[in-house]
Design a protein around this ligand. Structure first.
Ligand SMILES: [Zn+2]
Length: 176
């Protein structure tokens, strides 16, 4: 069995197919032809502006009038919030022609706790497998060669998905 088959089997065993849930966001441009993937991370629950409660990530984005194409939860569910041929507001300067994926960091976070958390491993196996599968599908469908972290396209301003996300391995796994 070659490495490719081995990984396919491992991913299939962990998650036989992408478990997607539609949660459409209205924020984004009407049309795009994607040629890039931008990988992000954000808290699963984020402290609200008034500091009195926590917003679930997709609700937080909605309130900020932001969006992403896919939010991957720690149990490996993919929340699809924009169609691939629609733009999303996820990476300033790169919103036209890119697909945005948010890895949801489990638990409740303010920005400081989020930044601390993503310095260390935080993705679950099911979440990692789902993220790989979603990106592979995108690469295959749109022949995408550009896969970046948010911190790559916004250096000094954005820090996600952070040192805790195994970036080199992820790129290898997506491109297998
Ligand atoms: Zn980001």
């Amino acid at each position: 069995m070659n490495d490719n088959q081995h990984l396919k089997n491992a991913i299939a065993a962990a998650n036989p197919q992408l478990n997607t849930v539609q949660r459409h966001s209205v924020y984004g441009t009407a049309h795009q032809s994607p040629n890039r993937i931008v990988v992000h991370a954000m808290g699963e629950y984020i402290l609200s502006e008034d500091g009195r409660g926590y917003d679930y990530a997709p609700d937080f984005l909605e309130r900020m009038q932001l969006s992403a194409h896919a939010l991957v939860t720690s149990d490996g569910t993919v929340l699809r919030c924009r169609n691939d041929d629609e733009g999303a507001y996820h990476a300033r300067g790169f919103n036209a022609g890119s697909l945005g994926m948010e890895l949801l960091v489990s638990g409740k976070h303010d920005y400081d706790s989020f930044l601390r958390t993503i310095k260390h491993p935080y993705v679950t196996d099911a979440q990692y497998a789902a993220a790989v599968m979603q990106c592979r599908e995108w690469v295959r469908l749109y022949r995408i060669t550009l896969i970046d972290r948010h911190s790559d396209v916004s250096p000094g301003r954005k820090f996600d998905p952070g040192a805790g996300f195994p970036w080199g391995k992820f790129l290898d796994d997506v491109r297998r």
